[in-house]
Design a protein around this ligand. Structure first.
Ligand code: HEM
Length: 515
């Protein structure tokens, strides 16, 4: 043993001599690197943060029942950019169109990932996850296939089917109004949007709102929307909850939803779609040059149905509440629709929007005035970005406060707090063209930003237009004797917000030109 120590001694002494030298070198390197990094980085201003943060959990408890609403209030206090501590994650929220454009569009190459969440990862099939998921290495490929499948030229093929579903929607709304004292239209609108997407995607439809398969799918979609919201995803923000959640809570529910219900349902719908003889999106994607595996197809259709049904139903629900509050707007829209029917002997489609500037403006204004997805979908910053005087660090999650953005007085100078459809009479571009144009030419921000902008815009526009003109061509929407829908409150549904429960009447017009 002694010999052993003796043998080591020279090295030990060598090491002892070397230690101060290493320490000095490290100190010099540290100071130099600090100097270099501080000379590279512009001095950055502290992003303001609301005072209601608690240690460890941050703002999670302060965001309240409707986080998007609380964020709007904090912005009014703190300005256009603010930091939110979501437990272990740092978020920033933006309510200025210019700042959001600069960060998410101009710097889109650094800000277009999605943050991790337990729900998006559980979408995983094999090694992949949904388009939203950071785990999905194929997101660009799947997104490009989905965008091609629901491009305007594809949608033209499906316009008669959309119109047919819209007609059935109005039949149901009128029938229920006759039987009951009023209708809450949301479930009918979900049925409309689900059947529209299912006809397009798989060439199939559900027979009635009471069809057990429809009810199960509706539950799945609503659960998915809820799990995508903040309050269901505590383990993502507070890792300490992971074990508890794994055995008892949300993670178990999410796993059951995805593995036992959603994936098997979608695999069945895809198989059925492939066996049909008529054109549908499954066949378009399978037969086209998209190089999608069966797993990719399941992810793509999960997303099309998940992102493209409730959003439409919620948007039309808000639109209906606005129409009840503005009977003179309804009347003007009805006159425009009637004029079109008189000269064309048919209902207009989205391709006729130039001849219905007022109706198209009402649709845009309703989407501006009431946000469907009020803080958008979170983006993840994967490289530091200097945003004016602020440094947005890698790893930050970015959300946008849509209601505030869409009432920004610089962009909406004419009474931004009021419902004024006329503001759009000079911006009748399709919503797809408006998002692709300059920032100043955007109509609203409801479809998000940059490389992750909603790929379903043209389909959304066609469906909302069909629903709107079909309803107003045959009905007037009026309040029940219980009064007007409350348009100031809202129910948080995770990613979307709905108006508080209400009932209205869809009264058949005696002068309707549609028989
Ligand atoms: C009024 C209706 C709709 C609204 C308000 C809406 C809104 C949005 C928003 C805000 C995003 C996130 C954008 C971003 O990250 O910046 C998004 C993403 C998405 N939307 Fe829509 N959407 C609607 C309809 C649709 C429809 C009809 C479809 C398809 C059939 C669809 C499919 C998708 C998909 C797949 C994504 C994810 C894109 C990605 O992560 O790359 N959406 N939508």
């Amino acid at each position: 043993m002694e010999a052993y120590y003796k043998a080591l001694l020279p090295y030990k002494l060598e090491k002892e001599k070397a230690l101060p030298a290493i320490a000095v070198t490290l100190a010099v390197l540290y100071v130099t690197s600090k100097l270099i990094s501080s000379s590279n980085k512009k001095p950055s201003k502290e992003i303001p943060m609301h005072k209601s943060a608690y240690p460890y959990i941050g703002h999670l408890l302060s965001l309240g029942k409707i986080p998007s609403k609380t964020m709007e209030e904090w912005h009014n206090e703190l300005g256009p950019i603010m930091k939110i501590k979501m437990g272990a994650q740092t978020w920033i929220s933006i309510d200025s169109p210019r700042l959001a454009h600069q960060l998410l569009v101009i710097n889109g190459s650094k800000t277009s990932s999605r943050p991790e969440s337990y729900f998006s990862h559980t979408y995983s099939i094999g090694e992949k996850g949904m388009i939203f998921s950071p785990a999905n290495k194929n997101w660009k490929k799947i997104r490009s296939a989905v965008s091609s499948a629901i491009s305007p030229s594809q949608i033209n093929i499906y316009l008669p089917s959309i119109e047919n579903q819209a007609k059935k929607l109005v039949d149901r709304l009128i029938e229920t109004t006759k039987k009951e004292s009023g209708v809450h239209p949301y479930t009918d609108l979900q049925f409309f949007s689900v059947n529209t997407i299912f006809a397009i995607a798989f060439g199939r439809k559900f027979e009635s709102i009471n069809d057990p398969d429809f009810k199960d799918l509706k539950d799945q979609i609503e659960e998915s929307m809820a799990y995508s919201g903040i309050e269901y995803d505590l383990a993502t923000y507070l890792p300490i909850f992971s074990i508890y959640d794994f055995f008892t809570g949300v993670q178990a529910k999410i796993r059951r939803l995805v593995e036992e219900r959603r994936n098997p349902s979608f695999q069945k719908f895809i198989k059925e779609g492939l066996q049909r003889t008529d054109h549908n999106l499954v066949k378009y994607l399978e037969e086209g040059d998209f190089d999608l595996s069966q797993d990719d197809l399941t992810v793509a259709f999960n997303d099309i149905v998940g992102a493209g049904t409730d959003t439409i139903a919620v948007t039309l629900t808000w639109n209906i509440t606005m129409m009840v509050h503005h009977p003179q707007v309804q009347l003007k829209a009805q006159e425009e629709i009637d004029r079109f029917i008189k000269s064309n002997d048919r209902l207009p489609t989205i391709n006729d929007k130039e001849e219905l500037p007022y109706c198209f403006s009402v649709i845009k204004e309703s989407m501006r005035y009431k946000s469907t997805v009020p803080y958008g979908l979170p983006h993840l910053v994967d490289k530091d970005v200097q945003l004016g005087e602020y440094l947005i660090e890698k790893g930050t999650v970015v959300v946008t406060s849509m209601n505030n953005l869409q009432r920004n007085p610089e962009f909406y100078p004419d009474m931004p707090e009021s419902f004024v459809p006329e503001r759009y009479m000079n911006n009748l571009k399709s919503m797809q063209a408006a998002v692709n144009g300059k920032l100043e030419e955007r109509d609203h921000f409801a479809f998000g930003w940059g490389r992750r902008i909603c790929p379903g815009i043209s389909l959304a526009e066609a469906e909302i237009f069909a629903g709107f003109v079909s309803i107003l061509s045959r009905c007037s929407i009026v309040p029940t004797d219980k009064g007007m829908p409350d348009i100031n409150g809202a129910i948080n549904c995770g990613l979307t917000v709905l108006p508080l429960p209400f009932k209205v009447k869809f009264v058949e017009r005696s002068n309707s030109l549609i028989k």
